[in-house]
Write a protein that binds this ligand. Structure first.
Ligand code: GLY
Ligand code: MN
Ligand code: MN
Length: 440
């Protein structure tokens, strides 16, 4: 299995600590177990920031980073080994495993955190944490601080500065290393196979969930524990619902089906959308819309390179889509004016993409100092233009209504431009029709 090597976690912790102020401490909690119903849990997924710094896959754990601490800079609080619990729920690293297998300098049982952590915080000037994103953990941090404050008369020194960790950590996460790109390529490869399989299986009379099953099969077979987000399998008019999740309608002859789905490998997401005709052959109207979306995506790829700014790709898609809609008579007027008035938003109401990484909508600022961010090598993003003609849109001829097309690929910025990670699934009308014909 392709995964992030252990040494990379060490490198990340060191890089973060090098950016922290002297005499500071960073504290991060693992994701909580989420209850699905009664005593059934959701599949556990580690918090992305926690995973990024530790690779430690268990709940009930806390990372503490203390740059410059003589007795070890990286302390991990985690669950202790417990033969009874491990018999039921699976193996735990325990404090020994945290040191031996996960590079912690020191490890303590999570049940001792209230006794030990105030002592580690004491004397440090500044605390970094993900303030505001986890109310319960924020409260714990304040409780630990208050333990120190209550001993001030004995000379204990509580920290005075509380800083959001996100700014440093999320900027690091925005730049993908060679190892991260390798994992993302693998997630993309498996997701491409999943889309190809769903395309080949597409038949009128099946349900949307039948195609979702084809996706899940390839995800699992490729070693993915789960999709990176709820798969969207949207046939017919459902393709005009951007985050459709019901996935239970019947696939009808003559309709399109839009699938937006990607798996997650070692906590790295892929995010692919393809749209194809249920019966394997595009109608003239479907083809006309499809070709505009595809041309807009190709125009966007040309705007993804170092020194281009974040919005240039989006602007390219808006230009091509607006001009294309005018050409088909779906919008009337001057292209520049329609862009200025955002008339295209009746058909194209989302942005051309987002950062991609451990979170499908990944962290990282899109603007810096009020200006669009300039692209740099290693940034990963999606390119996903679309046209959605509402089934209720009375301003267009009936033949157009209910057509929804999105095409989405994942790219990483390179020195020369960008690498498309998700090129392994057909995209042109001819390629899609050929693949589907061969599967009949
Ligand atoms: N799958 C969600 C998105 O494409 O942003
Ligand atoms: Mn998507
Ligand atoms: Mn996306």
């Amino acid at each position: 299995m392709i995964h992030i090597p252990k040494a990379e976690y060490t490198r990340r912790r060191k890089a973060l600590m090098a950016q922290m102020e002297p005499n500071s401490i960073a504290i991060l909690p693992a994701a909580a177990v989420a209850i699905r119903n009664r005593d059934v849990e959701h599949v556990y997924r580690q918090d992305s920031d926690f995973q990024y710094l530790s690779g430690f896959p268990e709940p009930e754990a806390v990372i503490v980073l203390m740059p410059g601490r003589q007795h070890g800079e990286y302390v991990l609080f985690c669950r202790e080994r417990n033969a009874e619990r491990e018999l039921w729920d699976g193996l735990r690293a325990g404090t020994e495993g945290a040191i031996r297998d996960f590079g912690a300098d020191d490890a303590f049982p999570i049940t001792d955190i209230d006794d030990i952590l105030p002592g580690l915080i004491e004397g440090r000037d500044r605390v970094y944490s993900a303030m505001g994103s986890n109310a319960e953990f924020d409260r714990h941090v304040m409780e630990w601080i208050n333990v120190i404050r209550s001993k001030a008369h004995l000379g204990a020194q509580p920290p005075n500065e509380f800083v959001a960790l996100d700014h440093l950590l999320h900027d690091m996460r925005l730049y993908k290393s060679a190892a991260e790109v390798k994992v993302m390529r693998e997630a993309a490869r498996i997701s491409c196979a999943a889309h190809v399989r769903a395309m080949q299986a597409s038949r009128a009379g099946l349900h949307e969930f039948s195609l979702e099953a084809e996706l899940d099969y390839e995800f699992r077979k490729g070693g993915a524990k789960m999709p990176a987000y709820g798969s969207i399998v949207a046939a017919g008019r459902n393709s005009c619902i951007l985050h459709y999740q019901q996935n239970d309608a019947v696939l009808k002859d003559g309709d399109l089906v839009l699938i937006d789905a990607g798996c997650e490998i070692d906590c790295y997401a892929s995010d692919i959308t393809r749209t194809w005709p249920v019966n394997g052959k595009f109608s003239p109207e479907q083809k006309a819309i499809y070709e505009i979306v595809l041309a807009s995506q190709e125009a966007a790829f040309k705007q993804i390179a170092p020194n281009k700014h974040w919005n240039q790709a989006h602007e390219a898609t808006v230009q091509v889509i607006t001009a294309g809609l005018v050409k088909l008579g779906l919008l009337q007027g001057d292209v520049d004016e329609l862009i200025a008035s955002e008339a295209y938003r009746a058909f194209y109401m989302h942005r051309a993409g987002h950062w991609l990484g451990m979170d499908v909508h990944d962290v990282g600022e899109y603007k810096v100092g009020g200006e669009w961010r300039v692209l740099e090598v290693g940034m990963a993003l999606t390119v996903e233009p679309g046209i959605y003609i509402s089934p209720d849109n009375q301003t267009v001829a009936k033949k157009w209504r209910g057509i929804g097309v999105r095409i989405e690929d994942d790219v990483v910025v390179t020195k020369q431009g960008c690498e498309i990670l998700t090129g392994g699934v057909p995209k042109t009308v001819a390629e899609i029709e050929a693949l589907m014909a061969a599967a009949r």
